[in-house]
Write a protein that binds this ligand. Structure first.
Ligand code: ARG
Length: 469
């Protein structure tokens, strides 16, 4: 039986039920729905709409349904339409007539968004923690690499540009993760609003207590406008953006792992447990985690843009289109959770090939800007210095003469400059704050650790206010 049976001359067509039902995917909101339903029952009790006995009966039935769901014994019916309807139907089966009072003063429109907000708060906090773990892994790797002073070529346009410390490179990804965590925290601020009490769209004639419900459900505040409360899905769109951004960062790291673990680069060897083989070619060891981190960015962006398109042009207030919020959100959450954990494992177990990195970075031309800056320190305008070194590099390539030889014999340079071209020297000359040399990178490691512990405090704060099931 549907909830609106009395209004219709006939029962629902099968095609309608199949097309409109969300039960297959919104089951994962069951615990959040039950938690919010208990808070709703308590407010009905405070409003004297439910007696103390009725309240206990309903709360006990809701708890029983929760057990049935976790024990997988709840049987969903075709007519259940969504998890909220299924829970109410089952509560009524358990406690009879009083079950008919559960939905007093509430609509699925405020109910569904309340459950989804509880879900988002919990899941995004937990993803924040996973991102934090990944950032700590990068920090640990950076700390050990900075101790052994490993450097590699830094690239622009994927062309070798200047040597950078490996720790600097790893922390570049780490800072991106810190911004991701910061975005989670700020997105959760706006998600932390309780819509229960908005009803279908206009509130209620009953003496409800949305403030008390918000407190009981540990929301920071209650809705201010009932129309907005039932139609606002900004928090879903924002979550999808935050998750897409994490996905894009994972994708960029993934691309790098694919390159670095190739025989051509040979900068990185993946642990066997985080590599795949080939079903045909016995010698293969493949970076599938990294490739999927790259590939899954596509669907994450699709989830975000698809849902933005769903929202665009919706008139106030609730429209059934909004049911389309769940699948992209659930998918994005699942993919990012698994992706963060897999990439953390990959990075914490991989071996960096220090020799290959140093060798690639130690070509004389990677110190070209240092030679130009040596001239600048002696009064030469940078443009002229740039031109002198540029033509030396061209000469060296075209005439196949080693660059150091040309530098040594150039009238404005000479033997004194050769030490700049020695292996490992260029990177040590990057001394400015935030730069890629060992001195600023050591300070950066300290700054990064501090930034991470502030993020940790923020994330733990979210956790402590949101762990009640
Ligand atoms: N399953 C629906 C959703 O997720 C519940 C709301 C249905 N509300 C309605 N008035 N038909 O949005």
């Amino acid at each position: 039986m549907t909830l609106w049976e009395a209004r219709m001359g006939s029962g629902p067509n099968d095609a309608l039920l199949k097309y409109t039902s969300s039960i297959e995917f919104d089951r994962r909101l069951a615990d959040d729905d039950i938690r919010a339903s208990i808070a709703h029952v308590n407010q009905l009790n405070r409003a004297k709409i439910l007696s103390d006995d009725e309240t206990s009966i309903l709360v006990a039935a809701l708890k029983k349904v929760k057990e049935e769901i976790s024990g997988c014994t709840l049987v969903y019916l075709d007519t259940d339409e969504d998890v909220h309807t299924a829970i109410e139907r089952r509560v009524t089966e358990i406690c009879g007539e009083v079950g008919g009072k559960l939905h007093t003063g509430r609509s699925r429109n405020d109910q569904v968004s309340t459950a989804l907000r509880l879900f988002v708060k919990r899941e995004l906090s937990s993803i924040g923690k996973d991102a934090l773990n990944f950032a700590y892994t990068l920090l640990e790797r950076a700390e050990s690499e900075v101790d052994v002073e490993v450097y590699l070529p830094g690239y622009t346009h994927l062309q070798r540009a200047q040597p950078v410390m490996l720790a600097h490179h790893l922390l570049a990804h780490g800072w991106a993760l810190i911004r991701d965590i910061d975005r989670i925290v700020s997105c959760l601020k706006r998600a932390d609003v309780c819509p229960l009490g908005a009803g279908a769209l206009a509130g209620s004639s009953l003496n409800l207590d949305p403030d008390g419900v918000a407190v009981e459900l540990e929301f920071k505040e209650r809705f201010k406008n009932s129309l907005d409360a039932v139609s606002d899905r900004d928090y879903v769109a924002e979550s999808l953006f935050v998750l897409s951004m994490i996905g894009i960062h994972l994708s960029r790291m993934g691309e790098e792992v694919v390159l670095w673990s190739s025989q051509e680069f040979n900068f990185m060897v993946l642990d066997d447990a985080f590599s795949t083989g080939s079903s045909m070619l016995p010698q293969k060891k493949n970076p599938d985690i990294a490739e999927l981190a790259r590939g899954k960015a596509g669907r994450l962006i699709g989830n975000l843009t698809g849902f933005l398109a769903t929202l665009k042009g919706l008139p106030l207030s609730y429209n059934r289109d909004l049911q389309e919020d769940k699948e992209p959100l659930f998918d994005a959450i699942d993919q990012i959770k698994r992706g963060l954990i897999a990439m953390t494992g990959l990075y914490s177990t991989a071996t960096f090939n220090h020799g290959a990195m140093r060798q690639a970075a130690d070509s004389a031309s990677s110190a070209a800007v240092d030679i130009a800056e040596w001239l600048v320190e002696r009064g030469k305008p940078f443009r002229e210095a740039h031109a002198i070194v540029g033509s030396l590099v061209r000469d060296s390539i075209e005439r196949r003469v080693p660059l150091p030889e040309l530098v040594a014999t150039h009238p404005e340079l000479g033997n004194e400059v050769l030490e700049l071209l020695e292996p490992g020297v260029a990177v040590t000359r990057r001394t400015t704050p935030g730069g890629a040399g060992p001195i600023p990178v050591r300070s950066q490691v300290v700054e990064f650790r501090q930034a991470l512990s502030s993020m940790k405090a923020l994330i733990n704060d979210l956790y402590s206010s949101d762990t009640r099931g």
